[in-house]
Design a protein around this ligand. Structure first.
Ligand code: HEC
Length: 120
């Protein structure tokens, strides 16, 4: 009987350690997204592939910024996150797309910050 328990716990230990060996943090793989999921435009694919080297493009697409702010973000990726600078030509194409496709959004009525003193 003791032998059976030994064998059973040994098998369990093997299963657990095998499981642990395969446990990996959920990771983004570029295959999860395709450029076609995002609004069409000149430079879309360039922007998609430039940015998805590190993170998904939804992170980019959920922002709305002016060209200057996009340029700052790009610079921030380079300064803070070790992105390799884009060649000037590609940088223009990418910024053109980001500016045209993800401009600053006005808050929808009833959402976002509301001035409590403004007449309704
Ligand atoms: C070399 C890696 C790298 C590249 C390439 C890169 N980023 Fe990032 N980016 C990061 C990291 C790291 C973060 C912060 C971690 C996170 O939120 O996933 C981030 C976060 C962001 C954010 C979110 C900032 C916030 O306030 O939440 C934006 C917007 C962004 N990146 C834009 C871009 C754009 C646009 C491109 C392509 C033109 C790009 N990134 C390419 C590394 C990179």
């Amino acid at each position: 009987m003791a032998k059976l328990i030994m064998a059973a716990s040994l098998a369990l230990a093997v299963i657990l350690s095998a499981g642990a060996g395969h446990a990996q943090p959920a990771q983004f793989t570029p295959g999860d997204e395709t450029p076609e999921e995002f609004p069409a435009g000149v430079g879309r694919d360039d922007a998609f592939y430039a940015c998805t080297a590190c993170h998904n493009f939804k992170l980019v697409a959920q922002q709305g910024m002016t060209r200057l702010q996009w340029e700052d973000s790009l610079q921030w990726m380079i300064d803070r996150h070790k992105m390799s600078p884009l060649p000037e030509k590609d940088k223009k194409i990418v910024l053109d797309y980001l500016e045209a496709t993800f401009p600053p959004r006005a808050p929808a009525p009833g959402r976002g910050w509301q001035n409590p003193f403004s007449p309704r």
